[in-house]
Structure formats: structure tokens, C-alpha cells
Design a protein around this ligand. Structure first.
Ligand SMILES: [Zn+2]
Ligand SMILES: [Zn+2]
Length: 390
């Protein structure tokens, strides 16, 4: 059976499991779990893959809700990545339930290609995308060693085979001042809240003169205890993002300068800590992106090669794309005006359009696996492109 015929079987396989995949997606949607606490979702996904003949290793990389499901033997090794964490209060407002079900759809359908052409397919359960950067930890702990190619599809409001993902680093800041009666002895106090407010002002000024796609945003998590006490402590959480990893380094230093300046001006002592995990920008592999796009278009879904929105999002898939050739396409599940991380996006993630996105994503990924296993030279091309871009 040639590759094109096998693709028809892959499509049919996913269509026959449509209801089962929809149930899986909706079950995760109605049981939202926060980053690194996705115990139910990880168990349901692993169970479904096990029933379909995958060998399961749970809790890999010292992450209890990470898993690796494998089918087949030897090279090439194609990894399909599942995310399944939700957002506080909003639930599945990033549609990771659809990512998870599309990865299962693609993984199981890819068995047909493995049986015919050899090689292996992995479904990797990658937890904690929204907050802790599970994939970055998994990269650092060797989960992608021996993997030749990695892919996943994220729901969005545009169909695009390559996505712009901004590099990102989180920052925790604290100022330590000195408490005093705010009316009777204010001259004795050192105001940690004012230091924080000055930092915001400095960052607002800085923001006028940074590159187009860079982002700096933050919240105050402690601004004092009572209006009649000079705040002795303030704290805030910040995120710095930039189009590329080098500019992120530069911008991080300029942001820190805003805090040190405010510390000097107020007399408060500054302490800060960058997040343990830094999200890298995405390097989309064009060899893979073109294959994926062609497969998606053959399903009747128009797909851009380059993201027309130049989406200003970030994902730990960026870190994966720095160690193996990878893609992170977007599949539209809602009209362009629907915002990510909103209640409307959470509804879209359980809608008919969401299901269509899930099925198309699963099919196009499995069809791309067919391409790669039937033509190992495509894997070599993807790797050559990856090596050149290093
Ligand atoms: Zn998100
Ligand atoms: Zn997401």
C-alpha cells in the first residue's frame, strides 16, 4: 500500500473514532486541572493509548503527570505532543483538551504507518504548559533524546503551519522597606509599595522604546497591610517576552534596571528571582510545516504557511524546537475576534468547530507521520534544515 492510500486509511480510522475522541476531549474539558496537577487527564489519555496497544511509562522526568506512550521499534522516532493543563478560574480557555485528544487521534492512527513502514511513534504527555514549562523541564531531563521529529497542534483563531512564539521569562520581585506609623512618624518609614509603583512607572517608560513584539507585564501581589502603616514589604510577578532569545536577554537587563533604580530612589531593598524555567522562542521546521500544511489543505482546510497574525503567544514547545526539528501549527476553532484565555475560547474548545479542529489536527499529524515514515529522506531533510539553523 502506498503512502497516499495509507493516508485515506488514517483519515478513515480517525473518522470512525470520532465519538470516542470527542468524549475524551469533553471529559478533559469538564474536569479542568491546573498545571502539573493534571492527574485525571494524564490517566485518561494513557489509558486510551494503552487500550490501543501503546506501551506506557507514567511519571517520566520526575513529573507525576507526564507520560510517554510508544508504539513500534527503531528509527525514525516521531513524537506527537499532548498538553492537558487548564487555567485558573477559566478552565480550558486555551483548548488543551483538544490538543490532548488530537494527539491521541494522531498517535493511534499513526500505528497504520508504523505497521506498514516501520519506525516508532510516541505520544508524549507534556504537563504544565501554562505555568511551569513542563516541556522545558522534560527537554532538560532528556525526554527528547533519540527523538527525530516532534509535532503538536494548538487551537487558535487562524490556520497556520508555523506560529510565532515569543521567548519568555517570568520574574518574582520583592521590595523590603521599613514599617512606621504613616501619619505620626512617616519620616521613619521606607515605603516598599512606592518602590514597586516607581518600578511600574519606569517599565511603562521603557515600554515606549522597546522592539515591536516585546512585552512586559506584571501584577502586584503584596502592596502592604493597612493604609496607616508604611508598607514594609511589596511583591509582584512579572513576565518579560521578546521575539528572540537574544533580545530577551537584553530586555531582561533593562527591566531589572527599572527595579534597581526604584530601589535606589526609595531606599527599599530589592530582591528578585527569575523563573526556574525560561520559554524559548519557536523555531518552526519548514520541511515539516510544508508537509503538514499540504496534508491539512487536502482535508479542505486552508492553511497559511506563515502566521498572518504574528501571534504574540509563548509556549514551552519553543524549548523542544531547539533540540529537535518541530512544528506548532495553529488550527482555527473560533472567529478571529475571539480572544485566547477567555470564557469564549473555553466555550469554543467544547464546540462543534473545536471538534472539527481536533479531528483535522489529528488527521493532518497522522498523515504527516505517514509522509515521514514512508519517506525517511524527509526526516533527513528536516534534520538537515534543523542543523543548518543552529
Ligand atoms: Zn494558554
Ligand atoms: Zn495553550
Amino acid at each position: 500500500m502506498d503512502a497516499e492510500k495509507l493516508k485515506a486509511s488514517v483519515i478513515n480510522d480517525i473518522d470512525t473514532r470520532r465519538n470516542q475522541l470527542n468524549d475524551l476531549s469533553l471529559k478533559i474539558h469538564s474536569n479542568p486541572e491546573l498545571s502539573l496537577q493534571e492527574f485525571k487527564a494524564a490517566a485518561w489519555l494513557a489509558e486510551c493509548l494503552k487500550e490501543n496497544g501503546f506501551a506506557i511509562e507514567s511519571g517520566i522526568c520526575e513529573l507525576p503527570t507526564a507520560f510517554r506512550a510508544s508504539y513500534g521499534k527503531g528509527k525514525p522516532v516521531i513524537a506527537i505532543l499532548a498538553e492537558y493543563d487548564a487555567l485558573p478560574k477559566l478552565g480550558h480557555a486555551c483548548g488543551h483538551n483538544l490538543i490532548a485528544a488530537s494527539a491521541v487521534a494522531a498517535g493511534v492512527a499513526s500505528k497504520l504507518a508504523v505497521d506498514r513502514f516501520g519506525g516508532s511513534v510516541l505520544v508524549m504527555g507534556t504537563p504544565g504548559e501554562e505555568k511551569q514549562g513542563g516541556k522545558a523541564m522534560m527537554v532538560n531531563r532528556g525526554a527528547f533524546e533519540g527523538v527525530d521529529v516532534a509535532m503538536m497542534v494548538h487551537p487558535g483563531v487562524v490556520n497556520t503551519a508555523t506560529t510565532q512564539l515569543l521567548a519568555l521569562h517570568t520574574l518574582r520581585v520583592e521590595f523590603f522597606g521599613k514599617a512606621a506609623h504613616a501619619a505620626s512618624r512617616p519620616e521613619e518609614g521606607i515605603n516598599a509599595l512606592e518602590a514597586m509603583l516607581q518600578s511600574f512607572t519606569a517599565i511603562n517608560s521603557l515600554r515606549q522604546h522597546i522592539k515591536d513584539k516585546a512585552r512586559i507585564h506584571g501584577i502586584i501581589t503584596d502592596g502592604g497591610e493597612a493604609a496607616n502603616i508604611v508598607p514594609a514589604h511589596s511583591a509582584g510577578d512579572f513576565i518579560v517576552r521578546a521575539e528572540d532569545d537574544q533580545y530577551l536577554d537584553e530586555l531582561k537587563q533593562r527591566v531589572i534596571n527599572c527595579f534597581t533604580g526604584a530601589a535606589a530612589a526609595s531606599g527599599a531593598r530589592l530582591e528578585y528571582k527569575w523563573g526556574e524555567v525560561r520559554y524559548a522562542s519557536l523555531r518552526s521546521n519548514l520541511t515539516l510545516a510544508r508537509l503538514f500544511r499540504r496534508n491539512m489543505q487536502s482535508l479542505g482546510r486552508k492553511m497559511h504557511l506563515n502566521d498572518p497574525e504574528r501571534s504574540s503567544i509563548s509556549s514551552d514547545m519553543g524549548n523542544v524546537s531547539k533540540v529537535v526539528p518541530g512544528i506548532h501549527p495553529l488550527v482555527a476553532i473560533a472567529p478571529a475576534e475571539v480572544l485566547g484565555h477567555s470564557p469564549e475560547f473555553a466555550s469554543a474548545s467544547a464546540s462543534e468547530d473545536g471538534l472539527r479542529g481536533l479531528l483535522d489536527a489529528g488527521k493532518a499529524m497522522a498523515m504527516t507521520v505517514v509522509d515521514l515514515l514512508a519517506n525517511p529522506e524527509m526526516v533527513a531533510m528536516a534534520k538537515e534544515e534543523f542543523d543548518k539553523g543552529k
